[in-house]
Design a protein around this ligand. Structure first.
Ligand SMILES: Cc1cc2nc3c(=O)[nH]c(=O)nc-3n(C[C@H](O)[C@H](O)[C@H](O)COP(=O)(O)O)c2cc1C
Length: 192
């Protein structure tokens, strides 16, 4: 994939940010345990409020576990993510102590961890594709997630295979997307 054809940064950044994109063309090749450990290790070092580290991950690699995930992922995502060798649930702990007081930054901090993880996956030669399209209630039940946790998103992880056959409407979207320039979302002094 020639990323430069689709993405150019306006300012100097590490090219890894451009290289990460959400393909749906997953090879069935399995992911080495060492690489899995590395991506979760990257998540481990994310910052979080009071260092509460509210992120949790449940991953599925076996046929049975992947089947469980496919039971709560929306059909429009199952179409492509069924090929991915690893499916992961991104979960956050909504409380910050034994008394059950809320951690108001649980989702924010868990999102940061996912960001770290996905860049490390790119560095390891893997692809990730996040999904919000799944049944949250069912995911919680199937994965036996305790009450005080929320399933934020699911992602597919694996190797890229440009020769994978995808339905036409998805094949058309198989290219890195662009972004709004920074002056549309960065304001000095006050919100504009
Ligand atoms: C929280 C979240 C939920 C998403 N949900 C879906 C989804 O349900 N199905 C899908 O095909 N892509 C989903 N995506 C992928 C986004 O559409 C994609 O990240 C976005 O278009 C930017 O493209 P890029 O990741 O290739 O840079 C999701 C991404 C995130 C971060």
């Amino acid at each position: 994939m020639e990323i430069e054809k689709y993405r150019q940064a306006d300012h100097n950044i590490n090219p890894i940010y451009l290289k990460r994109w959400s393909s749906r063309a997953f090879s069935k090749k399995s992911v080495e345990q060492e690489k899995l450990n590395s991506i979760f290790e990257a998540a481990r070092w994310a910052p979080s409020a009071a260092n509460w580290q509210p992120w949790r991950f449940v991953y599925a690699q076996t046929e049975a576990d992947r089947g469980n995930f496919l039971s709560f992922i929306n059909e429009n995502n199952v179409v492509w993510c069924k090929n991915a060798p690893v499916l992961v649930a991104i979960i956050s702990k909504t409380t910050r102590n034994e008394e059950g007081d809320p951690n108001i930054t649980h989702a924010f901090d868990t999102g940061t961890a996912w960001g770290y993880l996905t860049l490390e996956a790119t560095r390891q030669g893997l692809i990730t594709h996040g999904m919000g399209g799944f049944d949250r209630k069912k995911a919680k039940e199937v994965l036996q997630v305790p009450e005080e946790y929320e399933v934020q998103a699911i992602f597919a992880l694996g190797y890229y295979d440009p020769n994978v056959e995808l339905p036409e409407h998805l094949e058309k979207r198989e290219k890195p997307s662009d972004r709004n320039p920074i002056d549309t979302f960065v304001f000095q002094g006050e919100f504009k």
